[in-house]
Design a protein around this ligand. Structure first.
Ligand code: GDP
Length: 330
């Protein structure tokens, strides 16, 4: 039995997660931990479209953990059809955001539930159960938080920037509308304050667009800091490049060096250790925090599970070193 299995046998793990990149590691963690995993997911990408409330990161996590995701396309469901989009185009409707027929059912049902007063947390829990997912999936909060970008083309809501403009505008500033008034849900608070908590993992999501919105919810960052367990982040950067998406473009535009060192600096107040790619191990030696250098590219399910195991082993190792334990635990 590996160290991680021994340590996390009856401990819970919380993962902070965005969409596609984060969900890959969340899948691996879910295979290892099952019901002992809680994934807290970014809702800053959520938006209202065609009268529907759409939660892209939550849906990516739901589809990925249940095996329903379209792995070739990188978003949405496998085995999808597009009759609704074709009919919508014929009517002259807005088609810049693609909604597959099966995917559409989730948005319709969620919108109905929210309108009936069901909290998003409850709807997501029920959907996860229906999809056969044993891990817990929690929205970062039940209050609306919306990521907004100040760009070279003016102020853009997240999906207009990300999907419609394909991340082309230059980003000057990112803000999270509604965050100040938002509060972590009771489920998020309970997960982070659980006496059985063994580690917190920050998935290799985009730090600026996927993890920062979570940390912008007042109280959530404090809960992570107060937890007396190792907090481990996985870098989304491999050899100065992001696997997908605008992470490095945004780092450039915000004047941040595209390195795992910059990721470590970004999370400096939060993390006790950083997992970086073995190709960047030289860079890791210079970091002021413990670093675990392993292959971090997740091309297959095996890669995801293997990396999850490495992350848990690293967290278990950090937990076993008293000097590394957080002040709150002493
Ligand atoms: P989004 O909300 O769908 O854009 O997804 P996330 O924010 O969760 O993930 C985007 C980040 O995931 C990018 O910065 C990618 O570099 C990173 N990423 C994607 N796949 C991998 C992978 O296999 N390994 C690592 N280390 N990072 C990855």
């Amino acid at each position: 039995m590996s160290e991680a299995h021994a340590h996390f046998h009856e401990r819970r793990v919380v993962a902070l997660c965005g969409g596609v990149g984060g969900a890959k590691l969340a899948f691996g963690l879910a295979q290892k931990l099952g019901e002992n995993l809680t994934v807290i997911v970014n809702t800053g990408d959520d938006f209202e479209h065609l009268g529907l409330t759409i939660c892209p990161d939550i849906d990516t996590v739901l589809y990925t953990l249940s095996g329903l995701a379209n792995r070739v396309q990188g978003w949405g469901r496998a085995d999808e059809s597009w009759n609704f989009m074709e009919a919508l185009a014929q009517l002259g409707g807005e088609t810049w955001f693609q909604l597959g027929d099966r995917d559409l059912a989730l948005h319709v049902e969620r919108t109905r539930a929210l309108k009936a007063g069901v909290p998003l947390t409850e709807f997501v829990a029920e959907t996860a159960q229906r999809f056969g997912i044993s891990s817990r999936i929690l929205p970062m909060c039940d209050d609306p938080v919306r990521t907004v970008l100040d760009t070279s083309e003016g102020i853009l809501p997240f999906q207009r920037y990300f999907v419609e403009r394909r991340c082309a505008p230059k980003v000057k500033k990112i803000s999270f509308q509604g965050a100040e008034a938002a509060r972590p849900s009771q489920s998020v608070t309970d997960a982070l304050q659980s006496a059985d908590l063994g580690a917190i993992v920050i998935c290799p999501s985009n730090p600026y667009l996927s993890v920062d919105p979570l940390l912008a919810v007042p109280g959530l960052q404090a809960l992570v800091q107060a937890a007396a367990v190792p907090v481990v982040a996985v870098s989304p950067i491999i050899q100065g490049k992001a696997i997908k998406g605008p992470t490095t473009k945004i780092m450039d535009e915000l004047g941040v060096e595209v390195t795992s060192a910059a990721i470590a600096a970004h999370y400096a107040d939060l993390i006790d250790g950083l997992v970086i790619d073995s190709a960047d191990s030289g860079e890791g030696e210079k970091l002021p925090i413990p670093v675990h250098a392993v292959p971090t590219l997740m091309s297959s399910d095996e890669d995801r599970v293997r990396l999850a195991g490495e992350v848990l082993d690293f967290a278990a190792m950090l937990a076993s070193i008293p000097a590394r334990q957080k002040a709150a635990s002493s």
